[in-house]
Design a protein around this ligand. Structure first.
Ligand SMILES: *[C@@H]1O[C@H](CO)[C@@H](O)[C@H](O)[C@H]1NC(C)=O
Ligand SMILES: *[C@@H]1O[C@H](CO)[C@@H](O)[C@H](O)[C@H]1NC(C)=O
Length: 428
């Protein structure tokens, strides 16, 4: 990369300017939790002097700068091929530097339950069974007999006959009543904010760590029918994917402001700009699931969004730890979520995996940033480093505490309480 052609002749004027920019940048770095970027392109000279001067300041832990810290310093480039961008990033940054940068990354460990939070000696039964009551969204794929930790086995079933001696009845609707002596424990699973309890449950399950059992959205089983076809090429003509058919006014307003500033496809009912709600398969025939002749939007959602560099994800409620499939689908699809939602989202996602809208002063600034990343293959590739360099932050725990592992964790909770033999709960 070459500095601007006027660089040499204007050098003596640039030095004080660059020095000032450097001071400003250092000031920003010392005040922000996460990487910052300069909207106006900085020359290579300022970036390399930033590295040296930062080292010279000899802060206790060395500041490791990566591609995201110098967005705007590389020439703008159109790109669509992921493998090539990953290769470029490996050469210019690489996992060692990425890991070094996030080594001391601070996350709140209490935001996610420990998978081994019970000591094996607390278990009162070596087998427990869960009967999933009433037809519900709980996916059939969870049904089965599990071998869990501490030698515990766990039967999870929607079949009443198989669960004739259930230790737990699991409800996902409000139909449950108080448990009577000798009945299975009552578990109530509420996936939405604001975590309404039924008032009749012994075991409350929700996305939040303060529940008796936590079930994060980071698992695969929320949608089992979907096309996992994902292309290696991202579109370079349209930057952002959005799909929403529950047109909440606050979400639509935010989306409208942001999407007016970037090229996008809005595929759902809200703010649709692709000529209808069923266009995904017309655009992306590769997303068709052959065994499913009547397509449902959720079949090809994952595949459709994977064609874009960015996916807009706006939660219906912005509250602590409520980080839903809207974000995790985008991550799983190999895209980069632009996220509006839980204030503590970084406690639940890997470092540098999303663009957190709350870190920007305005929607315009956010849009400029997204466009800059969309024209910088090395910086874009860095948003995928979390999946290429090994698990960092709380993300491993977040996967461990997902719906996918709920059967064993609920059986364990039942075993600790003694199943049907558990005493009736005392009113709180
Ligand atoms: C850490 O997370 C827990 C559970 O979500 C929360 O109650 C607590 O306030 C958080 N602590 C900090 C310092 O944010
Ligand atoms: C259910 O239990 C709670 C607390 O244990 C109690 O306050 C409530 O009155 C009970 N409801 C019924 C219908 O028995």
């Amino acid at each position: 990369m070459t500095p601007p052609s006027s660089f040499n002749s204007n050098f003596r004027y640039l030095v004080p300017i660059l020095g000032f920019m450097l001071l400003c940048t250092l000031f920003l770095f010392s005040n922000l939790d996460f990487s910052t970027y300069s909207v106006s392109p900085a020359s290579d000279a300022s970036v390399s002097s930033l590295v040296t001067t930062t080292k010279a300041l000899s802060s206790p832990s060395p500041v490791v700068l990566t591609a995201v810290d110098s967005i705007g310093s590389r020439p703008k480039e159109t790109f669509s091929d992921l493998i090539t961008t990953f290769d470029q990033w490996d050469k210019e940054v690489g996992c060692d530097r990425f890991q070094a940068k996030f080594k001391g990354w601070k996350v709140n460990a209490s935001a996610v339950q420990e998978i081994d939070r019970h000591d094996c000696s607390e278990l009162k039964m070596s087998h427990a069974s869960v009967y999933v009551k009433l037809a519900s969204w709980v996916p059939d794929i969870l049904d089965g007999l599990y071998q869990c930790r501490c030698g515990l086995s766990c039967l999870w079933t929607r079949n009443e006959a198989l669960a004739d001696k259930a230790d737990v009845w699991l409800w996902v609707t409000f139909h449950l009543q108080n448990r009577t002596e000798g009945d299975p424990l009552h578990a109530f699973f509420q996936i939405e904010a604001p975590r309404w309890r039924s008032g009749h449950e012994d075991i409350f399950i929700s996305y939040h760590a303060s529940s008796e059992v936590q079930a994060t959205y980071a698992g695969k089983f929320f949608r089992i029918h979907r096309s996992y076809t994902v292309p290696n090429n991202k579109r370079d003509d349209v930057l952002v994917y959005w799909s929403s058919s529950n047109c909440l006014s606050h979400r639509d307003e935010t989306a409208k402001k942001f999407l007016s500033l970037v090229s996008h496809h809005s595929m759902g009912k809200c703010l649709n700009n692709v000529g209808g709600g069923d266009m995904a398969l017309t655009f992306y025939p590769d997303c068709q699931m052959e065994e499913n002749p009547i397509p449902h939007w959720w079949d090809h959602l994952h595949c459709a969004m994977s064609h874009y560099k960015f996916v807009l994800a706006i939660e219906n409620t912005f509250t602590e730890s409520y980080v839903t499939e809207k974000l995790f689908y985008a991550l799983d699809a190999g895209s980069v979520p632009i996220y509006f939602g839980a204030p503590n989202v970084w406690d639940l996602v890997p470092p540098n995996s999303i663009i957190d809208a709350s870190k920007f002063k305005s929607i315009e600034e956010l849009a400029d940033y997204v466009k800059a990343v969309g024209e910088d293959p090395v910086a874009y590739a860095e948003f995928h480093a979390w999946r290429r360099c090994g698990v960092l932050g709380n993300y491993g725990k977040v996967r461990d505490a997902s719906l996918d592992t709920l059967p064993c964790r609920l059986c364990e909770e039942a075993s600790v309480r003694g199943g049907r033999k558990a005493s009736l709960r005392t009113p709180s």
